[in-house]
Design a protein around this ligand. Structure first.
Ligand code: FES
Length: 82
């Protein structure tokens, strides 16, 4: 297992220790808003344990993935609605 992994968040390259949860990598990249509600309100993580679904992002083209339940992987492409 490598010591670090590098992923891209909204086009920005981010390197984090292997085993880092994606929500933490998003925070490291300065992303506090991950999606918008149907009325356009910004949303970000609330529970951190997979219940609220407020931390959803698009990962490698797959929408609505919970960032708090996803470990960072090398080469991962992440998109927020921000
Ligand atoms: S922060 Fe609540 S599901 Fe991810």
């Amino acid at each position: 297992m490598p010591d670090n992994v590098t992923l891209r968040i909204d086009g920005q390259s981010v390197t984090v220790p292997a085993g880092t949860v994606l929500t933490a990598a998003l925070a490291q990249a300065g992303k506090q808003r991950m999606r918008r509600s149907v009325s356009g309100q910004p949303r970000g993580p609330v529970c951190g344990m997979g219940v609220c679904f407020e931390c959803r992002v698009t990962i490698n083209g797959q929408p609505h993935r919970r960032s708090c339940q996803t470990l960072c992987e090398d080469g991962m492409e992440v998109r927020t609605d921000d």
